[in-house]
Design a protein around this ligand. Structure first.
Ligand SMILES: Cc1cc2nc3c(=O)[nH]c(=O)nc-3n(C[C@H](O)[C@H](O)[C@H](O)COP(=O)(O)O)c2cc1C
Length: 207
């Protein structure tokens, strides 16, 4: 468990890199140095029918061509929402450093070959549960899932588990990044990057 900094240092524009992706990776690295796990959880918000927001936690899985990636079931609720409206917001909370990172942008599926490569690197049980789970559908009992798991375990004994066609990654291509540094007395620092054409602007927001 990581320890929280009692008095975090201030955050000024002069502390930031011109490229927010570099800044983002720096902050994640800082968090890992405090003992935060390598698999960083992030809240992913999508937009459902009627503009209704929905949010859940997924694991951040690194950058791919300038986008923040995660893996999931393409037929899940989030998958269906992204199919209709491919925009999302992400939120990271780096507790030990009292830092929050917010990201907004358009979402694209990763190439199937990239998803397949990642799928084959996962532990076998995770592969099998991704294979049998129709994520976000109603299921009557846990026993039904367990029976499907046993059936798949037997079927693929001694063979690789294939990456399901409805499973894979997405990348969120950022148009906005906010770096939030918690500060004493709630006078927090908030610095926002926005993409304007090919360049990034940086502004300070009130806390
Ligand atoms: C710490 C944590 C990490 C998670 N990581 C993932 C993930 O990487 N991919 C995923 O599909 N679901 C992940 N989940 C489960 C999701 O929060 C969610 O229950 C699931 O994706 C179904 O969401 P949906 O019905 O909105 O599509 C994670 C949950 C937690 C608590």
């Amino acid at each position: 468990m990581s320890q929280r900094l009692a008095d975090p240092p201030p955050l000024n524009v002069s502390d930031l890199t011109a490229d927010p992706l570099v800044q983002f990776e720096r902050w994640l690295q800082d968090a890992h140095q405090t003992g935060a796990p390598v698999d960083t959880p992030m809240t992913l918000a999508t937009i459902g029918g009627g503009g209704l927001p929905s949010a859940r936690i997924v694991l951040y899985k690194g950058l791919y061509q300038g986008g923040l990636t995660f893996y999931t079931n393409y037929e899940s609720r989030k998958g269906a929402e992204l199919e209709r409206n491919p925009r999302a917001a992400l939120v990271f909370w780096l507790e030990a450093l009292a830092r929050q990172i917010r990201v907004e942008g358009n979402v694209e599926k990763l190439p199937a070959a990239v998803s397949q490569r990642y799928f084959s690197s996962r532990p076998r049980n995770s592969q099998l549960s991704a294979y049998i789970s129709r994520q976000s559908r109603v299921v009557d009992t846990r026993a039904e899932l367990q029976a499907r798991m046993e059936e798949a375990t037997e079927r693929f004994t001694g063979k690789p588990v294939p990456c399901p066609a409805d499973w894979g990654g997405y990348r969120v291509v950022p148009a906005m990044f906010e770096f939030w540094q918690g500060r004493p007395g709630r006078l927090h620092d908030r610095l926002v990057y926005r993409r304007k054409a090919d360049a990034w602007t940086i502004e300070r927001l009130e806390p």
